[in-house]
Write a protein that binds this ligand. Structure first.
Ligand code: G6P
Length: 369
């Protein structure tokens, strides 16, 4: 997986481009032609999963955005209620543990102080069925202290801003949730369709990476911007949030992400031609809703940068820039659409001359509170 660094300018660029391989490594051995193999979790895992009535996911930073998307999948595919929370908040609340709750932590490093403290806190409560971590670092404290662990084999990530470990986390969560869903009665046909869809991920991400030139050109339009607004709905709202986080971390541009349906409750007042509005659109059941949100921005003179799937009917015109993305199954759209957001932030940071891999004031692993 460790491609030679010399062909890239920064680790962040290298890690963005390693994503097809990182995902392939995460899938390998787990996705079989007609079943999912999670025997690494031990032989009693199916009994545990069949008892699960609720999932509590805890994470920080980019890993928290994985948690948000996982909630959509847990509800949609496994019909399981799920709560997600940022570890630094969770650890200071009086917990009310739901019956049959499985605790899942998500972390690249496995050493984030707040996530570890949250895990340790749950051990004081008897209600949890068990704890499982999705982690990229096999020999980490989080892996050691959790009952179960699934490792994302994304390889080491050097750049402070997470990229390949995010899409690997999402891939692994989708595999896990599909596995749990099958135990809980997901139809065979749907189960197979999802396996086929996950298998296509590395190839789909390769296609997205070929947008590099286009996104590089687009990045020049952002260098003098002080603010940006990211909009998304459904499972792409967390991708809007991830896009905004990447832009803050690496390009030092104040960026906010909003649920597009919430525009009229405040952010519309901000719209002018100096704040780029980035919208991420999938071809799913929410497309017409997003289109009317886009119209709300356009009608007020906003400058839109739309990332949308081909054949969704968007037309480039004054104040509307379209970046066309390859056709994708809606279930994996968040994994694939994360990549153009990473590339956009990366190239803006590069043209601004920022220290991309080591952004000011930030650390790769936050091991103190
Ligand atoms: C830091 C890193 C982020 C990361 C977050 C959570 O803020 O800069 O990239 O998402 O910690 O880290 P973890 O290792 O727990 O995923």
């Amino acid at each position: 997986i460790e491609e030679t660094y010399s062909q890239y300018r920064h680790y962040m660029q290298k890690e963005i481009f390693e994503q097809p391989c990182a995902i392939q490594n995460t899938i390998a051995g787990r996705l079989q032609s007609d079943f999912i193999d999670l025997s690494e979790l031990g032989e009693n895992i199916n009994i545990l999963f069949s008892k699960v009535q609720h999932v509590q996911i805890i994470a920080c930073g980019t890993s928290y955005h994985s948690a948000m998307i996982s909630r959509f999948w847990l509800e949609k595919l496994a019909n399981l209620p799920c709560d997600i929370e940022i570890a630094s908040e969770f650890r200071y609340r009086e917990l009310v543990v739901r019956p049959g709750s499985l605790l899942i932590t998500i972390s690249q490093s496995g050493e984030t102080a707040d996530t570890l403290a949250a895990l340790r806190l749950t051990k004081n409560y008897s209600g949890y069925l068990g704890s499982l971590t999705i982690c990229n670092t096999e020999h980490s404290t989080l892996v050691r202290e959790s009952d179960f662990a699934l490792i994302t084999y994304a390889g080491s990530e050097i750049s402070v801003a997470s990229t390949k470990t995010f899409t690997a986390q999402l891939t692994l969560m989708l595999i896990l949730i599909t596995y749990i869903a099958r135990i809980r009665g997901m139809e065979h046909v749907i189960f197979h369709q999802i396996i086929r869809t996950i298998e296509k991920l590395p190839r789909s991400i390769e296609q997205i990476l070929s947008l590099e030139k286009e996104i590089k050109i687009l990045a020049n339009k952002f260098i003098h911007k002080k603010h940006a607004l990211f909009l998304g709905r459904g499972s792409l709202l967390p991708i809007a949030m991830e896009g905004a986080l990447k832009l803050k971390e690496t390009a030092y541009i104040h960026a906010e992400a909003y649920a597009a349906g919430e525009l009229k409750h405040g952010p519309l007042a901000l719209i002018n031609d100096d704040i780029p509005v980035i919208v991420i659109v999938a071809n799913d059941y929410l497309i017409n809703k997003v289109k009317s949100n886009i119209e709300e921005v356009h009608a007020r003179g906003g400058k839109l940068y739309i990332f949308a799937e081909q054949n969704t009917g968007f037309i480039q015109c004054k104040n509307i820039n379209i970046t066309l993305l390859p056709k994708t199954e809606p279930i994996i759209a968040p994994i694939i659409y994360a990549v153009p957001m990473q590339m956009l932030a990366y190239y803006i940071a590069v043209v601004k001359g920022n220290n991309v891999d080591q952004p000011r004031h930030l650390a790769k692993s936050v091991t103190v509170e």
